[in-house]
Design a binder for this molecule. Structure first.
Ligand code: ADP
Ligand code: C5P
Ligand code: MG
Length: 248
């Protein structure tokens, strides 16, 4: 008990809540959530999860970098994890590569496992899951494995013409940044994205952000969302740190 009190007092001694520098937060994701059959509400000692939605080139990765810098989240990009899997010549590498080339969606169990592994290897307890979910199947698989929903969902809403322009200028040597694959990715996005947007809108979690403008202009629409959540995030991190301390 003394440890809980000592830890609490050291945490609440900060006069202004800060999302930074709250100490390591190693945890087992599986144990962090209540997982009673159909319950999908995060327990208090669960990581704070933000899903980041948007079409190809809508600026998800760019804005995530700004959120990391300003609010200390850990950025987990589903696409980056899949590309890392290809580069590491893993068992799934060739299937992932051909799926990405075709602009299609990799089976959810592969992507969810990669995301979980990445989260568990982090000391942080607040995450941006970028480019996920891409489909209802993705969303359900995440909820089933984790037993919880995200706390917040950002949707970067960008006109197709602008997305195509940005992707063609990205210049990162990606196998899918060519006009043929972009067309397929946009079709897949248009087919699979809206049910996810509707689902999280109904649950009051979705923030739709107009993704046209400069990077800084768009971030000024993102910033207030996280500023308003500051106390909630700080409290969640505090509970997780206490939980971890009591477990150790
Ligand atoms: P996503 O992760 O959604 O595919 P990125 O963040 O990788 O998108 O952005 C795609 C490309 O567009 C990158 O080259 C990036 O530098 C550029 N970009 C991002 N945001 C903007 C913006 N607001 N205006 C112009 N170009 C942008
Ligand atoms: O988000 P990003 O543009 O990096 O994704 C690149 C590709 O990775 C997608 O077009 C898709 O083929 C694959 N992907 C996926 N499932 C996700 C995220 C990305 O299959 N959840
Ligand atoms: Mg990206």
């Amino acid at each position: 008990m003394w440890r809980r009190v000592a830890l609490l007092s050291s945490l609440i001694s900060h006069s202004k809540p800060s999302m930074h520098n709250q100490g390591p937060c190693t945890f087992k994701i599986w144990e962090s959530f209540t997982s009673q059959s159909e319950v999908v509400t995060p327990s208090k000692a669960a990581p704070f999860i933000t899903f980041v939605l948007g079409g190809p080139g809508s600026g998800k990765g760019t804005q995530c970098a700004k959120i990391v810098e300003a609010f200390g989240f850990t950025h987990v990009s589903a696409g980056d994890l899949l590309r890392r899997e290809i580069a590491s010549n893993s068992a799934y590498g060739s299937v992932i590569l051909s799926t990405i080339r075709e602009g299609k969606i990799v089976p959810s169990q592969v992507t969810v496992q990669l995301i979980l592994k990445e989260m568990e290897s982090s000391d942080n307890c607040k995450f941006l899951i970028d480019g996920f979910p891409r489909s209802e199947e993705n969303r359900k698989a995440f909820e089933q494995v984790i037993g919880a929903e995200p706390d917040v969902v950002l949707f970067f809403d960008c006109p197709e013409q602008e997305m195509v322009k940005r992707v063609l200028n990205r210049n990162q040597g990606r196998v899918d940044d060519n006009i043929e694959t972009i067309k397929k990715r946009l079709e897949v996005f248009d087919e699979l994205n809206w049910p996810i947007v509707n689902y999280y809108t109904q649950r009051g979690k979705l923030h739709r952000i107009n993704a046209v403008g400069t990077v800084d202009e768009i971030f000024e629409k993102v910033r207030p969302i996280f500023s308003a959540l500051r106390s909630e995030v700080v409290e969640r991190v505090r509970v997780m740190v206490v939980d971890r301390e009591l477990d150790s």
